[in-house]
Design a protein. Structure first.
Length: 280
């Protein structure tokens, strides 16, 4: 049963689309795409993939100099319901075909870093998509990919035990909102972000965001932003000929000395020392 599941495997340098569709997994290569879901923002590139639920309204923007490759897989509600129903049933029920019918599932909408079983299956499907494949191979791909996504979602939810709330449903909702904040930071860390702006995206108070973000990710929002900026600055210092001032300014810092302090604490060398080391 995979009727109406489908794959979009295309290349484009400029593209815009708005609407909603089935539960889907989005991946892009040789460039990046921007997704906006209400006030949330996601940047998807060759390092990650995005999962969005059925009926989630979103805007997609591709704006690149050269064409980028998209590989996106969509699952119908009926197909998702079948898989979820079987996963929630006992072996005896499966043998007797007396499966408990589930009403589908709402997954954690988030960016995942590539690696693990989902990425492996996604990569296989992407390679297979360029050739003519049999219907059975296509069916197996849909089944194995969705099962891997569901198991990954279940594993990801285990981290909610770090939260102090008592009710499981409350923990899950807080975790969803913290992921909104984290993905927003990932897409906008070079801008002048504030705790207020991030908390608005997460739909949490500033204090609630700060306390729970630290519990889940074991790092504060400010520390996480600094970590991302230092990592990107280190990459540019090593891989590009941009001046350090240019790099620092592009990452949202107005003070070179301020950035150098955070950089040296993380890397162990100042930006200037790292550039000199790379030149030797």
């Amino acid at each position: 049963m995979n009727a109406n599941n489908f794959i979009i495997h295309q290349q484009a340098s400029q593209y815009q689309w708005s609407g909603d569709c089935f539960l889907s997994i989005k991946s892009f290569y040789n460039g990046s795409a921007k997704y906006r879901v209400q006030q949330r923002e996601y940047t998807v590139n060759e390092n990650n993939y995005l999962i969005l639920n059925d009926c989630t309204k979103y805007n997609l923007t591709i704006d690149n100099i050269s064409p980028i490759e998209s590989f996106c897989v969509f699952f119908t509600p009926e197909f998702v319901c079948q898989i979820v129903s079987e996963l929630n049933s006992s072996e005896e029920q499966l043998l007797d075909f007396s499966i408990k019918r589930a009403e589908g599932i709402k997954l954690l909408e988030r960016n995942y870093q590539h690696g693990g079983e989902v990425s492996k299956i996604l990569s296989h499907g992407r390679r297979a998509s360029v050739r003519t494949i049999s219907e059975m191979e296509k069916e197996e791909f849909y089944f194995t990919l969705l099962n891997a996504i569901l198991f990954q979602n279940s594993d990801a939810l285990k981290v909610i035990d770090r939260l102090t709330s008592k009710k499981k449903s409350t923990k899950e909702e807080i975790y969803r909102r913290l992921l909104y904040a984290k993905d927003f930071i990932d897409s906008n860390y070079s801008e002048n972000l504030t705790l207020k702006k991030i908390s608005q995206v997460a739909m949490l108070s500033e204090n609630h965001l700060l306390r729970n973000f630290s519990q889940i990710f074991e790092i504060s929002p400010f520390q996480y932003i600094t970590q991302l900026k230092v990592t990107e600055a280190r990459r540019q210092i090593i891989e590009t000929n941009k001046s350090i001032t240019e790099i620092v300014t592009s990452l949202g810092y107005s003070s070179l000395s301020n950035f150098s302090y955070y950089f040296k604490n993380t890397v162990g060398l100042s930006p200037v020392a790292l550039r000199k080391k790379g030149d030797t």
